[in-house]
Write a protein that binds this ligand. Structure first.
Ligand SMILES: Cc1cc2nc3c(=O)[nH]c(=O)nc-3n(C[C@H](O)[C@H](O)[C@H](O)COP(=O)(O)O)c2cc1C
Length: 227
């Protein structure tokens, strides 16, 4: 798993800016040509690449007994650098759900810039990312905690692939995500549209900079779902 120093890079100018009260924006400068994904007043000179802080050594051992949700629950997640995985582990601990990690058939580059380039290219092309294997016993799963990092203001293409491949009718979907600064960027609404026939519950989104401390929010959030 890649590990990064918490330093800002300037080789490629990019900013993941502010969800919550602020508008979201991604601005890329490629080969001197800037492209604004969502128009904002920030100029390329004001932007910088932010590499992810990565939560390390998040143990799920020694926690409380798992509660066990009603019906069969499963945490399905993708994580490139570990932050969403740390959330998944806490949700497993809180819920007693089974867990399944989406692993790309073709791994994403470990280099941050190369990964962002590849992710943007496949998002623009609309190419879905194949993953290894599949969940066991999908038909009997009632509640799916679906986790992902925000990638280019959207779901990663591997998450979209998983959604497209499965029948969501009658399932309860609870999204969770990790992001740098842009927040959900509408991904629960995207899931509501694409997980046909599912009931969506209120998810949890954590900024990477608030990890690992914010993982403690997961227990209260999970309890609030009353599953
Ligand atoms: C390809 C790529 C695209 C990203 N796009 C965004 C974005 O649009 N908004 C944002 O806030 N963070 C963005 N990030 C930062 C990740 O969402 C953040 O680092 C997250 O915590 C990573 O989770 P993970 O460790 O589970 O992969 C991006 C990171 C990568 C690698």
């Amino acid at each position: 798993m890649p590990r990064f120093e918490n330093t800002a890079l300037t080789r490629r100018q990019m900013l993941w800016l502010a969800g919550g009260g602020l508008a979201s924006l991604a601005l890329v400068a490629c080969g001197g040509k800037s492209e604004t994904v969502e128009p904002q007043t920030v100029t390329p000179e004001e932007t910088e690449v932010q590499e992810p802080d990565v939560v390390e050594d998040v143990s799920t051992e020694g926690g409380p007994e798992t509660a066990g949700a009603t019906g069969k629950s499963m945490v399905v997640y993708f994580s490139w650098s570990g932050n969403t995985r740390s959330m998944a582990e806490r949700i497993v601990r809180a819920s007693g759900a089974d867990v399944w990690e989406l692993v790309p058939e073709e791994p994403y580059p470990e280099d941050y810039d190369a990964c962002t380039d590849e992710a943007l290219a496949e998002q623009r092309a609309g190419t879905l990312r194949a993953y290894q294997g599949d969940v066991d016993g999908w038909d009997s799963v009632e509640t799916v905690f679906l986790g992902y990092p925000i990638w280019w203001m959207d779901l990663p293409q591997i998450t979209k692939a998983f959604v497209a491949d499965h029948d969501w009718a009658g399932k309860t979907v609870v999204p969770f995500c990790s992001y740098y600064s842009s927040g959900w960027t509408g991904t629960p609404e995207t899931l509501a549209e694409t997980c046909g026939g599912a009931t969506m519950l209120e998810g949890i989104a954590l900024a990477q900079g608030d990890l690992p401390g914010a993982l403690d929010d997961i227990d209260g959030w999970y309890a609030s779902l009353s599953l």
